[in-house]
Design a protein. Structure first.
Length: 121
C-alpha cells in the first residue's frame, strides 16, 4: 500500500469514526504514538509504543467523552512517506463543559503500514 492509498483509507475510515478498524488494518504492530508535552496534564503519556497499547490509549480517551456534538476529519495531505489530517471535534467530556478540540495528526508510512502517528494540539 502506498502512502497515498494509506491516507485515502485512513480518511475513509476516520470519516466514519472507525478507529479500531484503522488501527487493525493500517498500523504496524510496533507503531509509535507521540502526543505533545501537554498531554501529560490530561493524564495521557507522551509516547505510546506498540499496537495494543495505542489501541488501549484510544479506547480510554474515547471513554472520557460524554457527548460528541460534532466531528470532522479533513482530507489528507500527502508528501513522501507522510500524510497529515486535521481533526476537529466538539465534545462534552465527562465532568467538563462543552469544548471544541482541534488537532493535526501526522502519520509516517513505511512498507505500507503506519509506523508512527504524532499529534499537535
Amino acid at each position: 500500500m502506498t502512502t497515498q492509498e494509506a491516507a485515502a483509507r485512513y480518511y475513509e475510515l476516520a470519516s466514519q469514526r472507525k478507529f479500531i478498524e484503522i488501527q487493525d488494518t493500517l498500523y504496524h504492530g510496533d507503531v509509535v504514538c507521540q502526543e505533545p508535552d501537554k498531554a501529560t496534564s490530561m493524564g495521557m503519556p507522551i509516547f505510546t509504543n506498540g499496537l495494543e497499547a495505542v489501541k488501549a490509549k484510544g479506547i480510554a480517551r474515547r471513554a472520557t467523552i460524554e457527548t460528541m456534538h460534532a466531528y470532522n476529519v479533513g482530507e489528507p495531505i500527502v508528501a513522501g512517506e507522510f500524510f497529515s489530517v486535521v481533526l476537529k471535534q466538539e465534545v462534552t467530556l465527562k465532568g467538563k463543559p462543552r469544548m471544541a478540540l482541534e488537532e493535526i495528526g501526522v502519520f509516517h508510512v513505511k512498507d505500507g503500514k503506519i509506523v508512527k502517528e504524532q499529534f499537535f494540539y
